[in-house]
Design a protein around this ligand. Structure first.
Ligand code: TTP
Ligand code: MG
Length: 389
């Protein structure tokens, strides 16, 4: 039996606006842009929802419904910043943490109960900490699986905590419309409606084999969800998926030597960040944008993971030599992918590859100098000849 928590922030972007600008508190706040702009509403405060304003509604319509509302453009960087703080609080209660979007995430606390109390208690603690430390409101669901936890967090918004026990799940789901199933969009809902399945209860009673014929493999999956069953794991979040740097030239450049110098400088930045964050990369990407804005991305898989500037540059240079077509280049980028923590990707034995030990020494000497004297304090000769990055 698992214990899963799902958290979803209440009126997230609008709540952050009200937090940062106290005059907006208690007022209808609409995030998305000015009322005369062509865009749509990202979200709005609960005060604005009373007027019928909703996410994805045009700003014009929102203005018609709520002319007294405070309309603001979004501030993505600020929402991401707060999102990270919320997620940091959650991650303290289990390493099995999976963000779903900027304002919602799953946490599997099955192995944390001895340390922190029951799952509902952990949910309460998280909600209290988000309220006290960040002055924001969130809703949480607690259940034996992801589907039920996500459904639960939505049942008593804003500020609610809903616990769904395994044995109550079927009865609780039965009266809900089919569209409440996670993954059932409007199209699928219509397909179900056509065969007389309107509620989750209707789906519970239908025959999974017939569903498989009509809906493919998705059918039986949805049938299981309808029964309240969902064995999908909370997938541990790997915060760093790739590390990359780009450079746009002041003037489009066709000089191969100068472009390669830039690739080396970018590779060194990528290598430095890999080492700082303790990762090695198996795949290196090269991005080239020509003067007409046509953009190409090419990749090379390395034999083993690396965090050495030289290896990264070697791959980037090889890709460049193979794919560069001679036209002036506007932008180049180097990025590292398929990252694994350094500890899980052992250094090759020095006995067989003495070079590896030398490379490690060089890298750590350069890192130490940069730590002490700044990122520009030491670089490669080739780079200084073509200083731009
Ligand atoms: P939601 O969690 O769907 O909405 P919400 O947090 O604003 O409100 P609720 O209390 O109902 O959870 O989405 C999170 C954020 O994502 C939301 O604050 C703004 C953004 N968003 C959009 O930009 N466009 C959209 O259509 C939706 C639904 C959300
Ligand atoms: Mg939300």
């Amino acid at each position: 039996m698992r214990h899963i928590i799902h958290l979803d922030m209440d009126a997230f972007f609008a709540a952050v606006e009200q937090l940062d600008f106290p005059h907006m508190r208690g007022k209808p706040v609409i995030v998305g842009g000015a009322p005369n702009e062509r865009g749509v509403v990202s979200t709005c405060s609960y005060e604005a929802r009373k007027f019928g304003v909703r996410s994805a509604m045009s700003l014009t319509e929102a203005y018609q419904r709520c002319p007294g509302g405070i309309f603001v453009a979004g501030r993505g960087f600020r929402y991401r910043e707060i999102s990270r703080q919320v997620f940091a609080i959650m991650s303290e209660y289990s390493p099995l943490f999976e963000p779903v979007s900027i304002d919602e995430a799953f946490l599997d606390v099955t192995a944390s109960l001895k340390l922190f109390g029951t799952a509902p208690q952990i949910a309460e603690t998280i909600q209290k900490r988000v309220r006290e430390e960040l002055q924001l409101s969130c809703s949480l669901g607690v259940a034996p699986n992801k589907f039920l936890a996500k459904l639960a967090s939505d049942l008593k918004k804003p500020g609610g905590i809903v616990v769904i026990a395994k044995e109550d799940a079927k009865a609780l789901l039965a009266p809900l419309p089919i569209a409440k199933i996670w993954g059932v969009g409007e199209k699928t809902a219509q397909k179900f409606h056509r065969v007389g399945i309107l509620t989750i209860g209707d789906l519970q009673k239908s025959d999974p084999h017939t569903l498989a014929r009509r809906f493919g493999s998705h059918g039986p999956h949805l049938w299981h969800l309808a029964q309240g069953e969902d064995d999908r794991p909370v997938e541990r979040y790997d915060s760093v998926k790739s590390i990359g740097h780009e450079h746009t030239f002041e003037q489009d450049l066709a000089d191969q030597g100068a472009i390669k110098a830039t690739l080396l400088a970018l590779s060194a930045k990528v290598g430095r960040r890999l080492r700082q964050q303790g990762y090695k990369a198996r795949v290196i990407h090269l991005k080239l944008r020509y003067l007409d804005f046509s953009t190409y991305s090419r990749q090379l898989t390395l034999g083993t993971g690396t965090d050495f500037d030289g290896d990264i540059f070697g791959a980037a240079e090889k890709l460049f030599d193979t794919h560069f077509d001679g036209r002036p280049v506007r932008l180049v980028g180097v990025s590292a992918h398929q990252l694994t923590p350094r500890g899980q990707c052992p250094e090759q034995l020095d006995l067989f590859t003495p070079l590896s030990g030398k490379k490690r020494q060089l890298a750590s000497v350069m890192d130490k100098i940069k730590d002490r004297h700044g990122e520009k304090s030491i670089t490669y000769g080739l780079v200084t000849e073509h200083e731009e990055v």
